[in-house]
Ligand binder design. Structure first.
Ligand code: NAD
Length: 480
């Protein structure tokens, strides 16, 4: 990447975030002091720790950046990847600040990372490494239900979150709110239904909302619904897999291309997402998949014709070297920072519409927020209301049945109505409803600015304007 950066004058991820932030604040009337306060990353903690593994001591480097504490706790995932470094973590922490503000999740922004390739270590070793990293962060209150609450990100999932929560509880045995120190935990360790799918589900809800506004879709030269739309997805991990699965199974979209770390698959008739995922889980990648054309040069598929491109893997994949050749009229950034600032400008000039990362992948933090609230209230969502709701619905159904009898069955309920209406919402339904509402509301706030202001060309700038305004209001309310 460094070599490429020098050839193309490509801004780094961190610089890209700053460029995009600066473009937005130019359109605002913030005082220079406040602007600077919001932009800078408050603090970054770097830790190097040793773990004895395979008969030797291995030293690992980890980070936890806190971008903004206008609200506490601060929130953001922990990433495991060899490319993790301070600039990346700080850029991701900044995005978390804006993302949380945009979707009204009451947090400041943070992010963490560990320089490690999780594939190099077995499960037991990963547990030792994770617990030790967590220990280092917990003892400095950089994991704490009231101060800093991590979540999964690239290379981590509910398994790592369960280890972190357990480590916190071992070190804080009397903290009754201990489970709220981290989100994205498995259901049996204080998690919430629907968290694992949440980011991909949020991408689906975001696209549905986009297509509910034909005037917005028209800006990308698209019309109709998601039905039949051709989609290329990069990264079939947690986020990409769930997005691709829901969009193909529930909205009738066609996943024509999948790009993974070892190449791409393409089938214009549409790929079977479950089948490809099963192959990746079994073989570690898409190589050898018999059901579609495999190209070892995966990234070139980003440039292929499609209606929607979903980068859901790494940052900087759409950059100044390929932006001109990208044909997708609509890009939804499921990953964080997949488009560099340079590429963003090229694509904007070409008329490509980008649904920006800070909105597109906010489903994860939204459901993390629900999980945190669940942990603090110590009760599953719906537990008190569900049966009461069912009992009230039962009353209505009985009245309708009585009417039906009185009218000598000249009128009757449609099949399935009774079954569907009688069922009270469980936690998963409530979580999806809260997520859907969040994604719709945030889209509308962002899109309103995009439509109404002549000086706002794109959704990303609109998203920054909405979120920076909210962060600025919080700082002002604090007297800063
Ligand atoms: P993940 O580790 O589950 O999946 C990443 C996938 O990308 C893997 O399948 C990996 O093999 C693939 N990949 C790696 N290098 C690639 C390459 N060069 N080309 C194509 N594919 C490649 O991670 P995830 O949790 O799905 O996160 C993906 C992105 O979404 C990241 O940018 C992350 O910050 C962002 N995100 C994740 C969440 C979440 O809840 N997990 C929330 C918000 C944003």
């Amino acid at each position: 990447m460094a070599e490429q950066d020098s050839k193309t004058q490509e801004p780094s991820f961190r610089e890209s975030v700053d460029i995009m932030f600066n473009r937005a604040v130019k359109l605002m009337d913030l005082s220079p002091g406040l602007e600077e306060k919001i932009r800078v990353c408050n603090a970054t903690y770097v830790v190097r720790f040793g773990v004895r593994l395979r008969g030797a001591i291995h030293t690992f480097t980890g980070y936890r950046a806190v971008h903004s504490e206008h609200m506490e706790p601060v929130k953001g995932g922990i990433r495991y990847a060899l490319a993790v470094h301070q600039d990346e973590v700080e850029a991701l922490a900044a995005l978390m600040t804006y993302k949380c503000a945009l979707v009204d999740a009451p947090y400041g922004g943070s992010k963490g990372g560990l320089c490690i390739n999780p594939r190099d270590w077995d499960e037991h070793e990963l547990e030792q490494i994770t617990r030790r990293f967590a220990y280092e962060l917990i003892k400095r209150d950089m994991i704490n239900p009231a101060q800093n609450v991590p979540a999964p990100d690239m290379g981590t999932g509910e398994r790592e979150m369960a280890w972190i929560a357990d480590q916190y509880k071992r070190m804080n045995t009397t903290d009754i709110n201990g489970a709220a120190c981290v989100t994205g935990k498995p259901l049996n360790a204080g998690g919430i239904a629907g968290r694992t799918e949440a980011t991909g589900r949020g991408v689906q809800y975001a696209l549905r909302e986009f297509f509910r506004h034909p005037q917005d879709a028209a800006k990308a030269g698209l019309e109709g619904t998601l039905e039949g739309k051709r989609i290329i997805v990069q990264g079939l991990g947690n986020v990409g897999y769930h997005a691709a699965k829901f969009l193909s199974e529930e909205d009738g979209a066609k996943i024509t291309g999948i790009i993974e770390h070892d190449g791409s698959l393409y089938d214009e008739k549409g790929l079977d997402v479950e089948d490809v995922r099963a192959h990746i889980v079994a073989n570690g990648g898409v190589s050898g998949y018999a059901g579609a054309k495999h190209d070892p040069q995966g990234a070139t598929l980003l440039e292929h014709e499609c209606d929607i491109l979903i980068p859901a893997a790494l940052e900087g994949v759409i950059n100044m070297t390929n932006a001109e050749r990208i044909k997708a009229p609509l890009i939804i950034e499921a990953a964080n920072g997949p488009t560099t600032a340079g590429a963003d400008e090229i694509l904007r000039k070409k008329g490509c519409v980008i649904i920006p990362d800070m909105y597109a992948n906010a489903g994860g933090v939204t459901v993390s927020y629900f999980e945190w609230v669940k942990n603090l209230s110590h009760i599953r969502f719906g537990r008190m209301q569900r049966r009461a709701e069912e009992a009230r619905h039962q009353l209505i159904v009985e009245e309708l049945e009585r009417l039906d009898d009185m009218l000598e069955h000249r009128w009757s309920m449609t099949p399935n109505f009774k079954e569907k209406y009688l069922r009270g919402a469980d936690e998963l339904e409530l979580v999806r409803s809260g997520l859907d509402d969040t994604m719709r509301t945030a889209y509308q706030q962002m899109a309103q600015v995009w439509r109404e202001r002549d000086d706002v060309e794109d959704l990303r700038t609109a998203a920054y304007l909405v979120s920076i305004r909210k962060v600025a209001d919080s700082y002002r309310a604090k007297g800063l």
